[in-house]
Design a binder for this molecule. Sequence first.
Ligand code: F6R
Length: 611
Amino acid sequence: MCGIVGYTGHRQAYPVVLKGLKRLEYRGYDSSGVALLNGDLKVYKKKGKVSELEEAVIGQDLQANTGIGHTRWATHGEPSDRNAHPHQSASGTIAMIHNGIIENYASIKHELQNKGYVFKSDTDTEVLLNFIEDIKRNNNSSLEEALRIALRRIVGAYCILLVDIDEPETIIAARKGSPLVIGIGKGEHFLASDASPIIEYTKEVVYVNDYEIAIIKPDELVLKNLGNEKQTPFIQKLDLELAAIEKGGYEHFMLKEIHEQPDTIYDCLRGRLLHESGSITMSGVDNHLEALTSANRMVLVACGTSWHAALLAEYMFEELCRIPVEVEYASEFRYRNPVINRGDVIIAISQSGETADTLVALENAREKGAFIFGVVNAVGSSIARMSHAGAYSHAGPEIGVASTKAFTGQLAVLAMMALKIGYAKGSLNESRYLQLMKELEAIPEKVREILQDTSNIRAIAEKYKDASDFLYLGRGYNFPIALEGALKLKEISYIHAEGYPAAEMKHGPIALVDETLPVVFVATKDSYYEKIVSNVQEIKARKGIVIAVATEGDSVIPGMADDVMYVPDADEILAPILSVVPLQLLSYYIGIAKGLDVDKPRNLAKSVTVE
Ligand code: F6R
């Protein structure tokens, strides 16, 4: 949520910052802006996407070796030029960008207004900036010292970058709750919300921790805590290639990422799932097997698509490990004063590893003594670092705002965990364990099969693109997939869609069914198959339109449905990893048919770092 970039060094800052903003645009695209420090301070900002800023600054003086830039997902104040970052302090000498929310901004604003400050924007950021400037002026202190004093009063989350006319070639940064990476070059430093703007220049990075302040010059990086004590920067090597964050010939990141799934699922299993030797190696699980097998209860905490993965994991863990599982929306869990006992294991699921609600839910649970296991995609992210143990989903950078390959990666990790824990516990017998391992190993090729020819799904998308509502139904392991299918459609096509357990339909949603309502059934061959056949009949009896995801070779469902998307046969525990793929594609093609920006759907942002 909001992308932040900074540069100071021997290059021109503007092109580096602009390119970085384009890479981070998935984090927010309501407005963008840059501040360039070159003796004086120039600020350019524009409502809309980064390309609109790029056009707006043509002909302007962009010469500078130090600069910061921001792409916004609006929280306080509508998307507009005025509310775009960077903001300038009342004196005009300091510029600041911010990702996060200052919760107590209203009282500070009031204080400043009483002192005569006038605000040009509706943002919490401008309030914090003037608060810092006010402290700097009153205490006759450096910017760094003023920032430190200001942050002690701040409630909320922030990653901020500041440049000050009084401090040439310097960027001052601070973080709490919102991510910040510093890239270390030769005589230059790069700053960004994630590593994607940095990798083409350097692979050496430092992840800034909460409550740290960084003072960055071309040749110097000083890291301090809020108590003004120097910290030793922990330099890490990035394991990321530039190609991984480019479109690679696809029209959209979403399509590229859907098509990457055979490889990303394979990468997730590779080196871990060894069917030949009957072993699953996951160091995070191996090192804490006792805590996991003896868990009294597992609480799975996540948001959005990751929450759907958690819901599916509930079915897997209860079936294979016989451990009671609760699935929680992180946003509810964090505020509910939940009962957490010794012996509870909290499993956090997150693509970005930065989702604010999930992060705080975990911090609360950790304080209460729970064991935290993170299933995270983004390496080195906050959730990964604050978990006691974890397993990466190894899906690579996901740039399309709607999650696709990260979801199937999460399912692959969770399936391996369920198999491993169940087998170690004795609740899963050897022959079923080996059979499921074999099935899981075959999943990447089965996904590849689905992706070989998607013309049928595209034709179905064209046919139903003008529908105003969709209903998605599934039972058992396919119920979370119905929810995920509906979420994907809402996000990408702006068509209203609801996911429901198929049997629950009779308790209300069936009233919606008429000859105009497409009902998508996730109806693969599993132990609920006969039941779902009856549900399909109930919809057809009311003249509803049925679109089914069915197993190849099935003749019953295709005989009843108006349109069918086929997936290869698979064990019911793993079949959801296949059945979600046509639903991802259906949303994608409907979005395209409606002429929408599928990589950057309206109002959304990739990494939700505000609650
Ligand atoms: C939907 C989507 C979101 C995220 C949610 C959690 O396509 O991407 O619903 O799943 O915001 O994000 P992470 O997984 O990064 O914690």
